[in-house]
Design a protein around this ligand. Structure first.
Ligand code: SF4
Length: 572
């Protein structure tokens, strides 16, 4: 049995993204306010909790990526003086102009009016990894103990009660043997564990399954793929926001594209962000979000934005798109879920940062109540969900509660459903109050019916030119992704025989397509039923979790690799 160091904390936050950092910052602020009040009144008990935050990336922000146009509502609540704070909050540009386009295969048109959910005046184009680094510095100043490079491997539980987090081991070779530099992951005991792992967090997934926390609908996800380009001035004004619908996606696939003008860096580079969100409930077993983004960039309405430019960065992440009724129960004995881990995203507006920040604040307020009472049971942590239901974030989520699900009836029906919800402010719905849906992977059609039916393969010829379009390996290089090569594979295929047998026949090995980082490859293998078998290039993984979500047999389990491994996002 491996001996593990044990450290005791009052609150352990897992994940250094916007939700986790907002929890930590607001908790520190509330404790400071409480203690000042106690001192002033000369009565009451001051609070001196030990708070830590762990993050699997080598540095805060390295794994943080978002669209990202931020609604400032969340930051206004967390740090009301953020616009004038020093050091300056790293927003790229304030949005001054926005429009939406409908794209056909060869042309397109600008919508006469921008659909209200896509109006962005007053919002800010940001780089999430820069914003996260800035928030991290504030949290550290406030005395939060931040441990980057430490992944959570599993939750420590006493029955249904979460009592801590076991950190991942390091120094284990690819066969599972300890190397000379082996270090057993310690155990961080916590009275309250705040799960801020992001979308499809590995420990959150396990907890939701074990404690049956799923909402009325299972969560459905999308994948966002994104590039940041340096382009000549004049191609895209700073603060311009363009959303696209239609091409390159077919009418059965949820999603849309964007171009955001990020403005000029200190070094004089004029940047824009371009990306595409694709629903992870596509019927098409060959759906490949990276490839679709390459196709989108060739479109005559899009290519001019990039002309004369250079791709600098690439990244991908999954997004919890299911909305209000897909949110898991977000509290229990000794834990709360925040941000993407709690399924907090407005898919109609393609925004989640403000909800992540706000959920962190509400979790922090609950943590203070729990600390005061010395009670961390579900009866006490339930105050988090109660406060969320009374908050503006719940109203916002209610308005878009069936948005993604509406697209399961086709694109036109989905758009009408979205317009209806917008018009009636979420009070009425086109169908039922809760439009039922299934887990995204169940919508994938088998190769025979898909290609024999109305399905068109997305594998039309695309010769990447290395200027405007790129193959996946070039893109992965631009994500800065690195992992220790000699470690156990963090993509655990629980039934590997399926890959070279049933999956070849039924789905054509869709992992080759849906992974945006060329991790999965079918290579020749003598003696296997179809002459091929799965090869996993785990070191390419950008931690998007798409495989864990979209695998049709649900036999891929994404677990945390050795600390510090993964993408190194900058400007994304
Ligand atoms: Fe994403 Fe899975 Fe590919 Fe990693 S292996 S990049 S988590 S799809």
């Amino acid at each position: 049995m491996t001996e593990r160091d044990v450290m005791e904390f009052d609150v352990v936050v897992v994940g250094g993204g916007p939700a986790g950092l907002a929890t930590a910052i607001h908790l520190a602020n509330l404790i400071e306010g409480h203690n000042a009040a106690v001192e002033k009144a000369g009565a009451g008990t001051p609070l001196k909790p030990e708070i830590c935050l762990i993050e699997k990336a080598a540095e805060l922000g390295n794994h943080s990526i978002s669209g990202a146009v931020m609604d400032p509502k969340g930051l206004d609540a967390l740090l009301p003086g953020w616009r004038t704070m020093e050091p300056k909050c790293p927003v790229e540009a304030e949005v001054h102009d926005d429009y939406a386009m409908w794209l056909t295969a060869t042309g397109g048109m600008r919508f006469p009016i921008t659909p209200p959910p896509l109006k962005n005046h007053g919002n800010f184009v940001v780089s999430l990894n820069k914003l996260v680094k800035w928030l991290g510095a504030i949290a550290e100043q406030k005395g939060i103990q931040i441990f980057p490079g430490f992944p959570g491997a599993k939750l420590v539980r006493d029955g249904n009660k979460v009592i801590g987090v076991q950190l991942g081991d390091s120094g284990v070779d690819k066969h599972g043997a300890q190397k000379g530099n082996f270090q057993a992951g310690g155990i961080l005991q916590g009275k309250l564990v705040v799960l801020a792992e992001g979308s499809r967090g590995s420990m959150t997934k396990q907890l939701v399954a074990d404690l049956k926390l799923d909402g009325q609908n299972p969560q459905v996800y999308g994948i966002g793929v994104k590039e940041v380009w340096e382009v000549p001035k004049g191609n895209c004004a700073p603060g311009l926001v363009v959303h696209t619908m239609g091409y390159p996606l077919d009418s059965h696939t949820f999603g849309g594209g964007w171009i955001y003008g990020m403005g000029e860096t200190e070094g004089g580079k004029n940047l824009l962000s371009i990306g595409l969100v694709v629903g992870l409930d596509s019927r098409d077993p060959t759906m490949d979000a990276h490839r679709q983004l390459q196709r989108m960039k060739l479109h005559p309405k899009i290519a001019p934005f990039l002309r004369g430019g250079k791709m600098l960065h690439y990244g991908a992440k999954s997004l919890p798109e299911g909305g209000l009724y897909s949110m898991p129960k977000n509290f229990g004995d000794g834990f709360v879920l925040v941000g993407d881990s709690a399924g907090l995203m407005n898919s109609m507006r393609l925004k989640g940062i403000h909800l992540a920040l706000r959920s962190g604040m509400l979790a922090a307020a609950t943590a203070v109540q729990c600390l005061q009472k010395g009670d961390f049971s579900a009866a006490a942590t339930g105050a988090y969900w109660q406060s969320m239901q009374a908050d503006w974030m719940h109203d916002e989520l209610r308005k878009c509660r069936n948005f993604h699900q509406g697209f399961h009836k086709g694109r036109l029906a989905g758009l009408i459903n979205g317009a209806f919800a917008q018009f009636f402010g979420g009070k009425g719905t086109l169908w039922s109050d809760n439009l039922k849906s299934n887990a995204g992977h169940t919508y994938m059609q088998k190769v025979g019916p898909y290609f024999g039916g109305k399905g068109k393969p997305q594998l039309d010829k695309l010769a990447e030119d290395g200027v405007l379009t790129f193959d996946k390996l070039t893109s992965v290089y631009s994500s800065g992704t690195l992992h220790e090569e000699d470690q156990p594979c963090h993509l655990v295929v629980t039934q590997p025989d399926l890959c070279s047998t049933r999956c070849v026949e039924e789905f054509g090995n869709p992992c080759q397509h849906f992974c945006p980082a060329a991790v999965y490859e079918m290579e020749p293998k003598a003696g296997s039923k179809h002459g091929i078998d799965l090869k996993i290039n785990a070191s390419n993984c950008v931690h998007c979790k798409t495989c864990d979500i979209m695998d049709p047999y649900q036999v891929i389990n994404w677990v945390t690799p050795e600390g510090g491994g993964g993408p190194n996002y900058t400007n994304l």
